[in-house]
Design a protein around this ligand. Structure first.
Ligand code: GLN
Length: 341
């Protein structure tokens, strides 16, 4: 299939999921297999997040035809946290273009935790990538708008378009993080000192904290992910949110940096771009096929949901989603799927 990206016709890899009933039962199986896992710790550095029930667990898959499969606590809403970074980045890419975001925010992994101050210092104030807090705040600062309120309206409208409905802010989470985010304020000030943030850094932190406080469910995350899997068109609403080129760029950055310093392990186990948040959400994208959303609060030491990663790794295997997997051409030919020459 040919699409035009940045004025150049490109071929894209696509593929099909198994039929509806099989996906439905595999989503249930993913939930059943992983619900007994008790590893990981619920985040408590944002005080209100510590109240989360460690047993909450939901798995959703949204196909690019708009079909959504869910199992578990899919009605429990939680704050999107760092997962917002992926979607704000896509919205900023749409505005500024490939070259500008590459230069100003960067696309390389820091190898350090998401809220690292040292990473900023080691890189002479360059934020390195949009999935760590420094780069995410740098991206938020680039959102169009005359003041923080207009910037917030832009982010709220954009993330709501990814989800397919108007998202709400969890004011309790916003307040709890606002009172305890000295570290993010320090990172924003540091970026300012390097001339990397042109706006009032504390106003940028405030908009960033608000975007992290938006409430989503696992099914919302699946649909948001499916929009990135679907060349930028939300498969449930049919509305274009970003271009196909922006999806491609965002997914490349997620593959390299979506699980912070554990992005290599993530890619090794799951083989797909994804993004985690400290409230326990996880979004994973199978380009051309589906978005996977999971929710389970206990986290690994880097801040990625443990059950979410395991359920996603299972689904990646059984649904044939790993982008690095192939089989010998001769095997495919024997099954009659080779091209006529
Ligand atoms: N709002 C959180 C923070 O800035 C998001 C971190 C995360 O989800 N990893 O610390």
């Amino acid at each position: 299939m040919d699409v035009t990206v940045d004025g150049v016709a490109q071929s894209v890899t696509t593929g099909n999921l198994p039929q509806w009933s099989e996906v439905e039962s595999l989503v249930e199986a993913a939930h059943r297999r992983c619900r007994g896992d008790t590893e990981g710790r619920v985040a408590d550095y944002i005080p209100v997040l510590a109240q989360a029930d460690p047993d909450w667990f939901a798995v959703s898959v949204a196909e690019v035809d708009g079909t959504v499969h869910s199992s578990g606590d899919v009605d429990v809403a939680f704050s999107i946290q760092s997962i917002s970074k992926a979607f704000v980045y896509a919205l900023v890419c749409e505005q500024l273009g490939h070259a500008a975001v590459r230069e100003r925010i960067g696309v390389n992994n820091t190898g350090l935790p998401f809220n690292s101050v040292i990473a900023v210092e080691l890189n002479n104030g360059h934020p390195m990538n949009p999935m760590v807090n420094a780069g995410a705040m740098a991206a938020t600062a680039l959102v169009p708008g005359r003041d923080p309120d207009e910037q917030w309206q832009f982010i709220h409208a954009g993330l709501s378009a990814f989800a397919g409905h108007a998202l709400q802010v969890d004011e309790e989470v916003f307040l709890s993080e606002s009172q305890t985010n000295q570290r993010n304020r320090a990172i924003a000030r540091l970026l300012e000192s390097y001339g990397r943030i042109a706006l009032d850094p504390l106003a940028v932190v405030d908009v960033y904290t608000r975007q992290c406080s938006l409430l989503v469910t696992a099914a919302d995350l699946a649909v948001m992910g499916a929009t990135l899997a679907d060349g930028g068109v939300n498969p449930v609403t049919g509305r274009r949110v970003v271009s196909a080129g922006v999806c491609r760029d965002t997914l490349a950055v997620l593959a390299a940096t979506g699980a912070y310093e554990r992005s290599g392990e993530w890619l090794f186990e799951i083989g797909l771009p994804g993004k985690s948040g400290v409230a326990g959400g996880l979004v994973t994208i199978a380009p051309g096929k589906a978005g996977i959303g999971t929710f389970s609060p206990p986290l690994d030491p880097a801040g990625n949901s443990v059950r979410g990663q395991r359920a996603t790794a299972y689904l990646s295997r059984v649904l044939g989603l790993n982008i690095f997997a192939s089989q010998a051409h001769t095997l495919a030919a024997n099954r009659g799927t080779h091209h006529e020459h």
